[in-house]
Design a protein around this ligand. Structure first.
Ligand SMILES: *Cc1c(COP(=O)(O)O)cnc(C)c1O
Length: 428
């Protein structure tokens, strides 16, 4: 890739959440291996993002590659309508095995946002099957569930700029987010807003949807497990199904295989994505209880009306099967716990830094919340020069490194964050 390719990209290609006329600079990556991204100029940098929470075992993993190659020799894809194949069956078996026993019907789709759409459609159809027309969802502010319309409609109204899409977006119920953070003392008042809304509107609400414990893009906040427990009790009391969006947190990131295990509660529908294929290829899953699935299926309509062209893609399923195998073999729990300990040691002391407002660690997630908005282009250039890949947003510098990262490599990441904080020009 040469300079003219980069110029072409600049002029003709949209990147995530960016402008076509004034985009952030893009770095050209030509290959990746383990925790390293190799840039155009030959420089290798340590990845602190796992390509947005997905490449948990690092890049170019021989076992993942082998699984993909083995599958490609059989078939890359085959339609899933009236056809099944061994990779999908093996993966559904594994997912049902890994998740609580209540969750036992799997719907495969191609991205996290679609997994959310599917979960929401399931609940609307669930109520329809019961003779009720419920179309409202209840969630908490500062959430993020994806960029398609229904997913956006339940994401934080400010972050996803609902006002632009005013007449297109359905209006749902948003409660105040909990204030008690994961390690704080639980404050019962956190529940008031949610409780009021659910009490008043329980007969209108088709489902409650939340990111359990970790609110990701909406602010990288970790809330108290008791909040989740109480929400579950309220949902049970009003017989409203509960959807957990574990697209970011699933597969060990928070120190538990699924974040909801911190609170010991089980949802009626679980959405998985991102790390499911170890960062190799896009895939998502919506796993529901058989109660939901049977209610939909035993109704007059009988079918669930969704079916992506690439549903259950064999390559993606093969990668996911291999990913779960590596997860178990690699002892993810020890990997994540080691990362957590080092993040605590390296990052928690930064709380006293004059540019830092808060530092939060949970599992293999490290968050440094700064006092002021960050100049992303400048700080990113600094990070790359320091040999690391970190992509902050708003006031947040955060890392979600691959689980295979070693102590030294992780120190390079945390030291770069430390150094960056001393540079006043990075803060607006
Ligand atoms: C990334 C993400 C999504 C959307 O997934 P895509 O694959 O980007 O569509 C949904 N929910 C959460 C919590 C996410 O982090």
């Amino acid at each position: 890739m040469n300079q003219s390719d980069i110029m072409f990209d600049y002029k003709h290609i949209w990147h995530p959440y960016s402008s076509m006329t004034n985009p952030l600079p893009c770095y050209s990556v030509i290959s990746a291996k383990g925790v390293y991204l190799k840039l155009n100029n030959g420089k290798k940098i340590i990845d602190g993002m796992s390509s947005w929470w997905s490449a948990i075992h690092g890049y170019n993993h021989p076992i993942l590659n082998k699984a993909l190659k083995k599958q490609i020799k059989k078939m890359s894809h085959v339609m899933f309508g009236s056809i099944t194949h061994p990779a999908a069956v093996a993966l559904a078996r594994k997912l049902i095995d890994l998740t609580p026993k209540e969750l036992d019907c799997v719907f495969f789709s191609d991205s996290g946002s679609v997994a959310i759409e599917v979960a929401m459609k399931m609940l609307i159809q669930y109520w329809y099957s019961l003779g009720q027309r419920r179309k409202f969802f209840l969630t908490i502010r500062h959430g993020y569930h994806g960029d398609t319309f229904a997913a956006m409609s339940i994401s934080d109204p400010k972050n996803s700029i609902h006002k632009i899409y005013n007449n297109f977006l359905p209006k749902h119920f948003f409660s105040d987010p909990p204030m008690s953070s994961f390690h704080d003392k639980w404050n019962e008042n956190d529940l008031i807003s949610f409780q009021e809304i659910i009490e008043k509107n329980s007969l209108k609400i088709a489902g409650v949807i939340l990111e359990p414990i970790v609110q990701g893009v909406g602010g990288m906040k970790f809330y108290h497990p008791i909040y989740l427990k109480k929400i579950k009790c309220l949902c049970d009391y009003y017989s409203i199904p509960l959807i957990f969006d574990e697209i970011a947190t699933g597969f060990g990131r928070t120190g538990k295989l699924f974040a909801f295990e911190h609170a010991n509660v089980v949802p009626d529908i679980l959405c998985l994505g991102k790390a499911i294929t170890g960062g190799t290829i896009t895939l998502a899953a919506t796993i529901s209880s058989s109660h939901i699935a049977k209610t939909i299926s035993n109704s007059k309509i009988g079918c669930f009306m969704h079916g992506p062209t690439y549903m259950g893609n064999p390559l993606a399923c093969a990668a996911a099967n291999a990913n779960i195998k590596i997860l178990q073999k690699n002892k993810w729990k020890i990997q994540v716990s080691n990362i957590e300990q080092q993040l605590c040691k390296d990052l928690l002391p930064l709380i006293n830094h004059h540019n830092v407002n808060n530092v939060r660690i949970l599992g293999a997630i490290g968050v440094v919340e700064c006092m002021r908005l960050i100049n992303i282009a400048l700080i990113q250039k600094f990070f790359v020069n320091n040999g690391v890949w970190i992509r902050p947003f708003k006031k947040l510098i955060y890392i979600v490194p691959p689980y295979i990262i070693d102590t030294k490599q992780l120190s390079v990441l945390t030291n770069s964050i430390k150094k960056a904080l001393d540079n006043a020009s990075f803060f607006l």
